[in-house]
Design a protein around this ligand. Structure first.
Ligand code: NDP
Length: 330
């Protein structure tokens, strides 16, 4: 029964050696428990933060203990009336091939409504992060200009599509020409910019946003964001969802100077974590499921196969190897 543990705390960019695959005994269920087989595992940039021992909104992973993330699992045995063999569940679980559980904090999911992996992407934390960050903080209005960084990734690709549904002009920023093309052809973005081949981001944003930027949904931070901030409109909203460009920095780089965009433009800049909206999660799920069923959301995923490839799939997030949600199929 393979398990992946945190072997060492990364300094800078995480390495494969920070993880270790160990073989544990096959677990047996007791009364009230279920035996789960892992089917899909979500790898996410925020796990990088939990690999360090710095204080954050979620506790750090413990050394030599199993890593944890969003997982979809199948019930293989049950001594719990609430679950039957063949049920699919999703929730935060350790990176183990098989495990026992009481079922607490796990959600029953329906593979007839959507593919199981979607419950880790568009119908999971990813979709909800996109939905609540954009609607609760970004508050886009019809006809406004929305810029999204990390646009071809899991959260960003959903944000851009929701922006289009809500009637915005949507511009995406991503790391390759292929992603730029895909944003326009598959995800319905109006324009897209490759930050790796753009020398002057301020100028590039100004060119594709002649009316300025009303809402900036930021997944990456750093110098990409400086270029967007410089184009923010009066009363613009900056949604600070993530800052992947600095997650592996050992020294926090100099941040933006707020005078030119926050004060002069009376703009709003707010960070958030998706769990702030826990009370509204059913509303978010309902809306995302409806848009998905109506064919209004493209739920592209990058699926990597094999339990032992979970660490590499995680590392690949920092190299931009994924389009849409990065998921490991077991
Ligand atoms: P993604 O699917 O977007 O994967 C990461 C992507 O980031 C890569 O594909 C890559 O795309 C881009 N990237 C990697 N390194 C850099 C860099 N140095 N500079 C710019 N872009 C980079 O991940 P998620 O959608 O899961 O997460 C997106 C962001 O949202 C993250 O910052 C994450 O931490 C945050 N988040 C926040 C939550 C919250 O509650 N606040 C919840 C979930 C996620 P490219 O090829 O374009 O470089």
């Amino acid at each position: 029964n393979k398990t992946i543990i945190l072997n060492s705390r990364p300094v800078g960019k995480p390495q494969l050696s920070d993880f270790k695959i160990v073989d544990e005994e096959m677990p047996h269920i007791k009364d009230g428990e279920i035996l789960l087989k892992t089917k899909f595992v979500s790898v996410d940039p925020y796990l990088r933060g939990r690999m360090s021992d710095a204080k954050s909104y979620v506790p750090p992973f413990e050394l030599q203990k199993a890593m944890t993330s969003g997982i979809v699992a199948e019930v293989m045995e049950s001594q719990n009336d609430k679950f039957k063999v063949g049920d699919f569940l999703s929730g935060m679980l350790p990176w183990r091939e098989f495990q026992t559980s009481t079922g607490e904090n796990l959600l029953k999911i329906d593979d007839q409504l959507a593919p199981l992996s979607n419950y880790l992407g568009v119908l999971g934390m990813t979709g909800l992060t996109a939905y609540f960050g954009l609607t609760e903080i970004g508050k886009p209005k019809k006809g406004e200009t929305l810029v999204v960084s990390g646009a071809a990734g899991a959260v960003g690709s959903i944000v851009g599509q929701i922006g289009k549904i809500l009637g915005c002009r949507v511009i995406g920023i991503a790391g390759t020409d292929e992603k730029v093309e895909l944003l326009k052809s598959e995800f319905g973005f109006d324009e897209a910019i490759n930050y790796n081949t753009t020398k002057d981001m301020t100028k590039a944003i100004a060119e594709v946003c002649p009316d300025g930027v009303d809402v900036y949904y930021d997944n990456v931070g750093g110098s990409i964001s400086d270029g967007v901030h410089a184009n923010i409109n009066r009363l613009g909203r900056i949604v600070v969802c993530g800052a992947i460009s600095i997650y592996n920095e050992t020294k926090i780089p100099q941040g933006p100077r707020v005078e030119h965009f926050l004060i002069r433009k009376s703009a709003l800049m707010q960070g958030f974590v998706v769990s702030n909206y826990i009370d509204k999660l059913p509303e978010g799920m309902k809306q995302l499921s409806q848009w998905l069923a109506e064919g209004k959301l493209n739920s592209t995923e990058t699926i990597v196969e094999g339990f032992e490839n979970i660490p590499q799939a995680f590392l690949d997030l920092f190299e931009g190897k994924n389009t849409g949600k990065m998921i490991v199929k077991i």
